[in-house]
Design a protein around this ligand. Structure first.
Ligand code: SF4
Ligand code: SF4
Ligand code: SF4
Length: 224
């Protein structure tokens, strides 16, 4: 059942990935559609949805919706790696702060730059991010998500207080380390039988791989 849940999550993620990429290509080829869309409203609704989802399920969007996250997961299928717990990197909070400052400046000046080619800028931005995340994840799984992405850092902070968390049942766990080695975001400390829900991207790989069925989703409870 746990393996089935993981596979269903992966299939849904790939379907969403293909849909987003197709929509992006469509919008690039038909920029007049983009100009007619209520971008601000869509952006606002997306942000609120992401934050609410984070408060409920943590970084579920990182493994289900974000095309860069799903792309990294696809890239990592070509590499057989043994991961180990990665320390929480403080620099990501500085990147988040810089992101807010730059976004604020951009928002203030927005009206003055309406002559910019937005579809072209989106294409360059998206392509660059695919290259960066793809290359980085070829070396270390999800390193962009755990160390750089400001969106992931923000959602990670909310994940700390999310209602649903992944936890390890200490009664069942035999500290074999399989979950730790298979975790793409290096969020599991198998000897301590704990999962760092701030960096966990909810891919459910650990849950699927655990031979003892010790990993599950807990509501308002942490077995850390
Ligand atoms: S951390 Fe950022 S890039 Fe990674 S999956 Fe989440 S939102 Fe996407
Ligand atoms: S795979 Fe399961 S049994 Fe092994 S360390 Fe992880 S939680 Fe414990
Ligand atoms: S702890 Fe489990 S669900 Fe979270 S990122 Fe690691 S393998 Fe995926």
């Amino acid at each position: 059942m746990r393996e089935f849940t993981y596979k269903i999550r992966l299939i849904i993620a790939i379907i969403i990935f293909v849909s987003i990429i197709s929509s992006g290509v469509f919008l690039f080829l038909n920029p007049q559609v983009l100009h007619n869309l209520p971008i601000f409203k869509i952006g606002l609704i997306s942000v609120v949805t992401i934050l609410l989802a984070a408060l409920l399920f943590g970084r579920i969007g990182c493994s289900l919706v974000c095309p860069f996250g799903i792309f990294q997961e696809i890239v990592s299928l070509f590499f057989d790696r043994q991961n180990e717990k990665r320390p929480n990197w403080i620099g990501k909070y500085i990147i988040l702060l810089l992101f807010f400052i730059v976004s604020g400046i951009f928002a203030v000046k927005y009206k003055k730059i309406t002559d910019l080619n937005i579809p072209f800028m989106c294409l360059v931005f998206t392509f660059s991010l695919f290259v960066i995340t793809g290359v980085l994840s070829a070396f270390k799984d999800r390193i962009f998500c755990t160390h750089i992405c400001p969106c992931g850092t923000l959602v990670g902070l909310l994940s700390k207080i999310s209602l649903f968390k992944l936890t390890i049942d200490k009664e069942k766990c035999v500290c074999c380390g399989i979950c730790e080695r298979s975790c793409p975001s290096c969020s599991v400390e198998s000897l301590e039988e704990s999962i760092d829900n701030e960096t966990c991207v909810k891919c459910l790989k650990c849950m699927s791989n655990c031979p003892k069925g010790a990993i599950g989703i807990s509501f308002l409870r942490s077995r850390k």
